[in-house]
Ligand binder design. Sequence first.
Ligand code: ATP
Ligand code: MG
Ligand code: MG
Ligand code: MG
Length: 479
Amino acid sequence: MTSQKIRQQFLDFFKDKQHKIVPSAPLVLKNDPTLMFNNAGMVPFKEYFLGQKTIKNKRIADTQKCLRVSGKHNDLEEVGIDTYHHTLFEMLGNWSFGDYFKKEAIDWAWELLTEVYKIDKSKLYVTVFVGDKQDHLDFDQEAYDFWKSHIDEDRIINGNKKDNFWEMGAQGPCGPCSEIHVDLRTEEEKAKTSGKDLVNKDHPQVVEIWNLVFMQYNRKADGSLVDLSAKHIDTGMGFERLCMALQGVTSNYDTDVFTPLISEVETITNHNYGKDNETDIAIRVIVDHLRAVAFSISDGQLPSNTGAGYVIRRILRRAIRYGFTFLDQKEPFIYKLTKTLSNQMGDVFPEIKNQEVLIHNVIKEEEHSFLRALDQGLLLLDRIIDNTKDKNISGGKVFELYDTYGFPFDLTQLIAKEKGYTVDEEGFNTHMQKQKERSKAASAVETSDWNVLVEDEEEEFIGYDNLNAKVKITQYRKV
Ligand code: ATP
Ligand code: MG
Ligand code: MG
Ligand code: MG
């Protein structure tokens, strides 16, 4: 089944259950000082959960563009190394605002996965919140009983507060959750270790696909919990992981969400995917990051030197560096993938098609300037090496390369090693630490997914009002 069809079936399923289907809200949040990017399906709805706004449609479903590269949810370092965490991904979600609750959320999730998508029940595990003494919360017996009517009891796993109690801020609506995990290992592997022991253990083929949150409490300022008068459902399913499960593959990168992009990288760089671990990581990083950067640009967030723009610039530079080091790409090439991405995603996310030329040009220019900096950095590194007498390059010099030319430590280390030199890592780290302290002092820290600030009734809800707004490009300047 194609990813297009998988996405459509999710939306159709919930449409049949009287949900209003809405388009994804933009990736970039402009009116939320606590969060740079949308990092979960519920983010655009938070005013409704907080009771600051009333909603017309009590049942909603969508696919939401999410970016997990900063703050509480930061998966960046895993991306490319593993095969199921992305920077940008789609989160399929269904919501009930004071309408249906646990029973329907569980019954429908099960119906969709096992009857519509026909995932074999013997591949699924579910988790249930075990309770918490400090919060005087009991085991989630209700959820357990609903699951029990669908799945063998030995496939229901107790989950602790960390994994199975959702709360995003110090205050506000919260509640237990149940997660659905899928075991995609071979029968032979399954015979060796029970899938039950691998749930939530970072196994690349035993992965969480869907989180069902049952918002039933409100945490008050004093930390105590009270029952919410209106209970809500908030679910999030990783679209690319679902595609992996349904397309009979064991990596998100082997689904049709990624294969067209990977083929193109193979053609452009003359390196094949699936032959060598380092090359594979580089290719995964490039196709993943291309998506993140393209979607951000199409929502108006261009690479820059500050804030969210800097996060985007760093993501793109990470991709350029992997291409430079492992795929021998000394000239811009990532921008060439824009067309394929636009053909693939343009129907569902028209902003990608509408902004195709801009995405293409911005990425190309960024690649140019960063590759030039890399070149200059290389020349400087040569000079540093010539002037280094003891075969150990000082941490201060390595930091200068990093700070002035964006020349990453591991690249310096790699080149130095090739020439028989070592680098003073400790000295570099000391400089890094000092810089971090400086920038920490200068910027607010993102600690949670939402904070209760002022309750401003007049404030516009950016998620909807801006959906059809044309992206105004004011931030871009040549570097
Ligand atoms: P994980 O434990 O795998 O990191 P999570 O518990 O952080 O996932 P949730 O916040 O519960 O994820 O998000 C809901 C769903 O979104 C997950 O069940 C998963 O399918 C998907 N998801 C989460 N993070 C990513 C990511 N970085 N890339 C792709 N899909 C993701
Ligand atoms: Mg996570
Ligand atoms: Mg998890
Ligand atoms: Mg989860």
